[in-house]
Design a protein. Sequence first.
Length: 853
Amino acid sequence: MSSSMALQGASSSLSSTSSSSWTHDVFLSFRGEDVRQKFISHLYYALHHRGINTCIDKNLERGEEISPELFKAIERSMISIIVLSKNYSESRWCLDELLKILECKEKVKQIVLPLFYDVAPSEVRHQTGSFGEAFAKLGCKIKDEVKVTEWKTALQKVANFFGFTLGDRNESEFIQDIIKWVDSIMVNRTFLNVAKYPVGLESRVQDIYEHLSMGMNDIICMVGIYGTGGIGKTTIAKEIYNRISYQFEGSCFLKNIRETSKAGGLIQLQKTLLSDLGISLDFHDIDRGISVIRHRLCSKKVLLILDDVDELVQLEALAGAPDWFGSGSRIIITTRDQHLLNISKVDSKYELKILANGEALKLFSLHAFEKDEPLDEYVELSKQVMEYAQGLPLALTVLGSTLKDQSIHQWKNVLNKYKQIPDINIQSVLRVSYDGLEDNEKDMFLDIAYFFKGEPLVDVIKIFDNCGFSPDYGIQRLIDKCLITVQEIVWMHDLLQYMGREIVRLQSPKEPGERSRLWFHEDVRHVLEESTGTNKIEGIIVEMPKGEETIILSPEAFVQMKRLRVFINRNARFSSGPNYLSNELRVLDWFEYPLQSLPSNFQGNKLIIFKMRDSFIKELSFIRFKNVTIMVFNDCNFLTKLPDLSSMLNLKELIVKKCTSLVEVHDSVGSLDNLIKLQFGECSNLRIFPRRLKLGSLRNFNLDCTNLREFPEIECEMKYLNLLRSPVEELPISIRNLTRLNVLIINGYDNIVLLPIFLPQNLRKLGIGGPTMEDEILLSGERYSVLCMQHPTNSSTALGVLNFLDCPQIESSFFPKSSFFIVFNSSATLKRLNISESHEMVSLPSKRICCTQ
């Protein structure tokens, strides 16, 4: 049977094997008129006395059909005991119960014990004797032959099961045998406590089932479950253990291996593993334990769950290879460290993700209100909890329990407190992964938590590399530890960010100037206004509340911060500027920098990112930032000239926007060989620009300045060129040499734009906006997938020739049938429109195109 088929077969009743879903230990099925008054009452009492939760249908109304409630009771019982008495087979009710019990046995291996009370197993098997007579009576009443056949088959099956026969014994001894048997089953099938509210478990369990390939008994499968602390790895593993342990010859759940192994507990873990699987041996070293596990379990089908593994040596001691275990075995490993799974022998990995929004709200509401949804008056506050917890089950559980039965005022106080000082129960779990990092890795984690969450990965790597942090290895370690995620940007869960901030706060709870990093606005204000900073401070990010943006900067505020690596000001307005800045700075990003020049001591030799926004900066002639990769000037209205940048050999991005006083850009900008992105936007007075761009790495060029009329000669490999608001009068013939150019967007106010007859061969998108154009645009070959009119207005009246030659891939949606050709309907100068062999241009507008020439 395939794993998917096995899963489908068990899906309807899977939850019945979960400890979180058990309602009863035992379900009793019997014919009341035969045994209820004496035997069943005595058996029920004995089971109850032993603490065995037993379901008896005395409170369920009987009818022609078994009620859904009774079916559910059968499904949610771990064991079914069937008392087969003389008249049992005369009851349709009893026989339908039997069918349901056998269904549960087949699908989820529910344990079934038949008791032969005053009948022999052979009588049940063949429906003979008084038992057969009773069955015949029912057969006369029932006209459904298919149903009768189903009952016969069920009776034959149950008669072949292991069971107890009363025979000549007294009932007391009979009952004692039954109790001993049930006790033994209960001991061997102890179920792990999963969760009070198992929200979101089902879909994740189903996913992991697929990884386990449960329908394939001829393989041994090792699966790793990884994710950040508090995300529910252990909970999921327990749930899976409860659901599938019955399918194995033996099962073992080794919990909290990380903590247990610290005190030399690996040998004890080996002994526990063997003991749980029925092997008791004494040994005193790990190698001996490995040998025993390999040789004694290699032919045994086992389920082994290794919970919270954090070192390879633990795996090597407990489950070093699949062939240590017998065919059909399944080994599940939970860990916070993805790398550990990469270097082990697991067959597949499963990343446990945070709860979806609906699941998160439900889990929190169940803990806080014992309902699936929050009370009406708590809806908005519950949204704040969702934003804070961000789907982490641990946080949702802790916060829900903490806020239960609390007033709205108390909720607000708790939430405000946790935003500054996180809950210790949450932090203690999350911090485990951080504590396992090397010092440089801890620094990178804290820098991301404070400054670089949401920043491009390439920039973060460059900064960390310049700091000597070995980011190629270190960032991968943070990913493997589930502390960050990386695509094009670096990201981390908010609760991990709060944890990082709390770790730094605890460096000096009373005096923020003694900490390594600052972010909280009150701490920042205190240090900068009172000049309490020390050389322990490595980074500051300033983000002030609305209405409190002004900081009365002490002139000496930065003097003692000799090790300051990062300074980012998001929105504060400083009363004065600094007279000193650390030469250890890698990032200087200052909104409204209040001075026209940088402090004279500042050389910036280690600077990687330099950004000035809405700043008073004017004098840049002395800058020699040899390591800068990104330089940005936005709304710097005192900046008149961009000076010689030839020393900035590592510069990759130069972005200048809305610098209205900027007139001149030094020719050196045209020779920065590592420059990838060059953008000048809305610099309305820019007139002097390099005449030649010899930029071998340039990929993105935006020249959007209304007074710059001459476009430079180009020797680049750019892919994107935007001249949307530029009044450039003519594009040079050298534009044909941009062999990698994919996108060209042009626009030209009142000036005539002269396009070369042949455009670059790889052009995919030509955006033509608003103005007048003359000469011929030739669009040939299969290369065009997108053409768009940026501003199709009636001012586009001077186009002479527009050729579409063999352009089968062109998307006519960019020339809407209802509007594109209307642009040319009134064109007095359009002489030729050629759309031959452009098969996708399926129709022209209904209005006639007037081409007077």
